[in-house]
Design a protein around this ligand. Structure first.
Ligand code: ADP
Length: 490
């Protein structure tokens, strides 16, 4: 808007008419004071200022305007009857655009000047608006960048805190960020860990994996830098999409070595178990065939009796194997239940000794002492432990056939010790014999077994708040024992 300041209404009228005719919005003030008040209130693109006015002349008005920060840049065209030097005019008003038109006003010239100033004003305004927009844009980008930086660093510290190896890669699969576990396996942050020579190099497998732009995983064996040992890892990768475009990859490598070893042990176990089950079955089949032949040939009762007994022994063996397998699965699913009652510990041990002595007449089982204690627990399960200790003592002592059983009472506990003079166990293997599927090398080479009996024993004893242990010397013999809390010492 153009502000016309003149004390003569007729001048204002003719100028207003001229400018409006050319499409300029116009406002007017009849004195310097009114002009100053309007300048403060509104915003103008140009002021046309009459110099000769009463009270406050045009120069004084211009000088006052130059003091207002809001208005000091508004261009002014002075109208004066006398020719005034430009230098003088600009004295009080140095920063805004200034021009000068003498009266009587040449309308053509005035219009030209108004047009020029107006255009200038508009361009300046556009420039200013543009600048404001740009500033806001820069500010916004700065904030967004800072927020992004925050998110990235938060994300990286999350990856850093993972127990697994974790890394991110660019859309093309090039490494971007790796957490500290990476360096336990890789030579540097830029290189992939070395994997087993039987596989394609890890980087090649990774690059092949990302081709489909979908989540993927694979198992790999990578080399631990410190030990040089290869361990099984599961690599899991997820693509990150932004606005439907794949921007990066996030991946983890989880150590699955133990799971793999368990799987291996389980496979091995299944093969041993099938073998163990097959052996007595084959014997039973053979005895039945023999019996059939004997019936056919009408041979004597004695021979039949012998084969039936043998077949029964094999059936009992099968039964024990299957019972052990069932116990393992009950333990695994937490369904091993105990039917606890109070029973006489001494009598239970004697009963177990009787059973083993009956079936192994060539062995000599000595009970060293008698005690009179009562235990609260599942009698048949605890007897199962004693039977297992005795069966092992017989099995692993093929030469020296003397076995002793000792009961020790000490501070509220009863200890049952079964000693043999058999093959013994190397000291570094002692701790492992109670583990599931474990069999010492010597034992597994020479004797049949599944490596689950002692594991079941320790589960049963721990289920009664006791513990199992072993003392042994390789080649000399072993003492297996367990300790249980006593209910009443009589
Ligand atoms: P299994 O006898 O079927 O192998 P166990 O769980 O009963 O399974 O025993 C685990 C391992 O402990 C055996 O393979 C053997 O190496 C060792 N072991 C157990 N009892 C004895 C023993 N009396 N003398 C020597 N080694 C034994």
């Amino acid at each position: 808007m153009v502000l016309i300041v003149d004390d003569k209404p007729e001048n204002i009228y003719s100028l207003e008419k001229l400018l409006k005719l050319h499409g300029f919005p116009v406002d007017s003030a009849a004195s310097g004071e009114e002009a100053l008040a309007k300048v403060l209130k509104n915003s103008y693109a140009l002021i046309i200022l009459d110099v000769q006015m009463p009270v406050m002349d045009g120069f004084e008005v211009a000088e006052a305007i130059s003091g207002y920060s809001k208005a000091r840049d508004i261009p002014i065209i002075f109208l004066s009857a006398i020719s005034t030097e430009k230098k003088y005019i600009t004295k009080g008003y140095s920063s805004g655009g200034v021009d000068y038109v003498t009266k009587p006003v040449d309308q053509e010239i005035l219009l030209l000047k108004v047009k020029t100033f107006y255009k200038l004003y508009e361009q300046k305004k556009d420039l200013h608006d543009m600048q404001t927009i740009l500033k806001a844009e820069i500010e916004y980008r700065k904030k967004a960048e800072a927020a992004l930086k925050n998110t990235v660093s938060e994300f990286r510290s999350t990856l850093e805190s993972l127990p697994q190896i974790a890394f991110t890669a660019t859309q093309k699969g090039n490494l971007e960020f790796v957490n500290r576990h990476w360096l336990e396996y890789a030579a540097s942050e830029k290189e992939f860990p070395v994997n087993h020579p039987s596989e394609k190099p890890l980087e090649a497998r990774w690059k092949a994996g990302i081709q489909n732009c979908k989540p993927f995983d694979f198992e790999t064996r990578i080399k631990q830098k410190d030990t040089g040992v290869f361990r099984f890892f599961l690599l899991k990768a997820t693509p990150v999409y932004e606005a439907n475009e794949l921007t990066k990859w996030v991946a983890t490598l989880t150590d699955i070595e133990e799971r793999k070893q368990d799987e291996r042990k389980k496979d091995e176990f299944i093969s041993i178990a099938s073998h163990e089950l097959k052996t007595p079955l084959t014997s039973i089949k053979a005895y039945i065939q023999l019996l059939e032949r004997i019936i056919h040939e009408n041979s004597g009762k004695d021979v039949m009796q012998k084969y039936i007994e043998r077949a029964q022994k094999q059936i009992e063996k099968l039964n024990m194997l299957v019972t052990d397998l069932l116990d393992i699965s009950k333990i695994e699913s937490g369904k091993l239940e105990y039917h606890k009652t109070t029973f006489n510990f001494n009598e239970m041990v004697n009963h177990a000794i009787d059973i083993i002595q009956q079936t192994n007449k060539d062995y000599h089982i000595t009970k060293l002492n008698e005690v009179n204690v009562e235990v609260y627990g599942d009698e048949s399960r605890i007897e199962q432990v004693v039977l297992n200790y005795l069966t092992n003592a017989v099995k692993y002592s093929p030469v020296n056939k003397n076995i002793t059983v000792e009961l020790r009472q000490e501070s509220g506990n009863i200890q049952c010790r079964v000693s043999d003079s058999g093959i013994g166990i190397p000291s570094d293997k002692l701790k492992k014999v109670f583990e599931k599927y474990y069999r010492a090398e010597e034992a597994s080479n020479r004797f049949q077994g599944l490596g689950i009996g002692l594991y079941i024993c320790s589960e049963i004893i721990e289920g009664h708040k006791g513990f199992c242990a072993v003392e042994s010397e390789e080649g000399k013999g072993s003492t297996f024992y367990f300790t249980l809390p006593v209910k009443n010492e009589l």
